[in-house]
Design a protein around this ligand. Structure first.
Ligand code: ADP
Ligand code: MG
Length: 293
């Protein structure tokens, strides 16, 4: 391979909105046969909005959203942003929690107005030995079947309600997945979100293989397992949570719209955060190396 040809390739990459850390990246880009796609912020926009408030019997909806918003205010998670922003929009400044803890990949808890408030995924309820109200479980299941995420809210030892948040699939994701397949890559959707939501999003963009309910720290093991099975793996992600997996992958692809940590861990950055640019990167690598062989 002549260095000049490779540099032409990387220069063309910049024109296409693809930043490549160095010419050697083109070789791994050419060889990948599997692409693991993070769901939130990569396949979807990651800009979530609150679209449902379901209070348990005897619980005031405003109180539910206000207390959940107060604890989520301290978190950077897109789900937290959606809940805190909507609570603030409706009720003005939220109470500041007296304490707060982030439970990575699961939720948050904190003390607000003297109440211990828990906000997060269904598995947290079992951990806290909280009973699930049938009606709330049904509201959550309905939302999940539509690809929306259900967030459970509890305080003082009881489940008080369910909030639902929605995220939109990026308009180019389905087209990008179809083109990646045509280039011979197998797409896999990877997420910490639950299986039902993940399946729904996968179906929307044409992905058959889903690995869901993966804790942030376990994403890297998923990539390593695929590699141990003989696959050459590209991983596309945007979050702080994705950094270790991006570094582990044969080709790490960061969304330019994502966190700096993800960008630093990657070989390629898609400036506009659009997966169609990943298609361009792979085609570019193949044609650049093709011309010099
Ligand atoms: P992803 O892999 O889709 O980026 P995460 O690993 O960040 O998702 O989170 C996994 C799941 O944990 C979320 O779908 C949500 O159910 C729950 N969760 C994480 N953080 C929060 C939070 N701040 N508030 C409520 N739920 C949360
Ligand atoms: Mg993400």
């Amino acid at each position: 391979a002549t260095p000049t040809a490779l540099l032409v390739g990387t220069g063309r990459g910049a024109q296409l909105g693809i930043l490549i850390t160095g010419p050697e990246v083109l070789e791994s880009t050419r060889r990948v046969d599997t692409i693991v796609l993070d769901k939130t912020g990569t396949v979807t926009t990651g800009r979530m909005s609150l679209d449902g408030v379901h209070a348990a019997d005897g619980v005031d909806e405003a109180e539910l959203l206000r207390l959940a918003g107060a604890v989520e205010h301290a978190s950077e998670h897109p789900i937290a942003r959606a809940i805190a922003d909507e609570a603030e929009r409706r009720f003005g400044p939220l109470p500041v929690p007296e304490s707060f803890e982030n439970l990575a990949g699961r939720g948050v808890h904190g003390v607000v107005d003297g109440c211990l408030v828990l906000v997060g995924r269904a598995t947290l309820l079992a951990e806290w030995a909280l009973e699930v109200d049938e009606e709330l479980a049904a509201s959550a299941a309905r939302a999940e079947a539509e690809g929306r995420t259900a967030v459970y809210v509890a305080w003082d030892g009881r489940l008080r309600g369910v909030l639902t948040v929605a995220d939109a699939v990026k308009p180019t994701s389905a087209d990008a997945v179809a083109r990646l397949r045509r280039l011979g890559l197998t797409p896999i959707l990877l997420t910490g979100d639950n299986e039902t939501v993940a399946r729904r999003v996968a179906a929307e963009v044409g992905i058959d293989e889903v690995i869901a309910e993966v804790l942030p720290a376990d994403k890297v093991a998923v990539v390593a397992r695929l590699q141990a099975g003989g696959r050459i793996v590209a991983m596309a992600g945007d979050g702080v949570n994705d950094a270790a997996a991006l570094a582990q992958a044969d080709l790490g692809i960061a969304m330019g719209t994502g966190s700096d940590v993800a960008i630093e861990a990657s070989d390629i950055t898609l400036v506009r955060g659009d997966l169609l640019a990943a298609v361009d990167a792979i085609r570019l690598a193949r044609s650049t190396l093709g011309t010099i062989k």
